[in-house]
Design a protein. Sequence first.
Length: 178
Amino acid sequence: MKNVPLTLFPSILRRANRLLAFLSGIALLLMMFLGAIDVVGASILNHPLPGAFEATEALMVTSVFLALGLSQQRRAHISVEVIVGFMPRLAKRIAAIFSSILCALFFGLIAWFGWGIAVKSTLAGEFSSGLINFPIWPAKIALACGASLMAVQCLWDVVVTTLHPDDAKSDQTKLGVE
């Protein structure tokens, strides 16, 4: 029974990361369609799509922040490993733990302040002013959700790297995080 969190939590985290990344992909798809319709409308019909700019701004934030957790889980972020390649295994583990803690702290702060702003924005029904008043509170909620999941993923990376002496990537595979 004591291993339940180590087997259940990675599965839940993996599914949450995939769900938010899927929503990020939908936001990218919507941005693509809005951009294409706006360009065609402006070029051929001499009438751009009203609100396309405001919608694209909100969708950009959504697409970036919702995909962060999955990117971290898969170790897909850009990293420079010039010095780390020469470090002994223990130093690599310590560096990975320290890096994950800093990352969790950074995104935890973004999430903390993001949730405060998202709640205020939602309660106020905040809209961006333009030709069409476009709601921006959903993008603020997406930012807070994405930053929160990223912070949780970084904390999980700390747990995995601390509990297992092997490479963190192979440890995550062992624990079902992939």
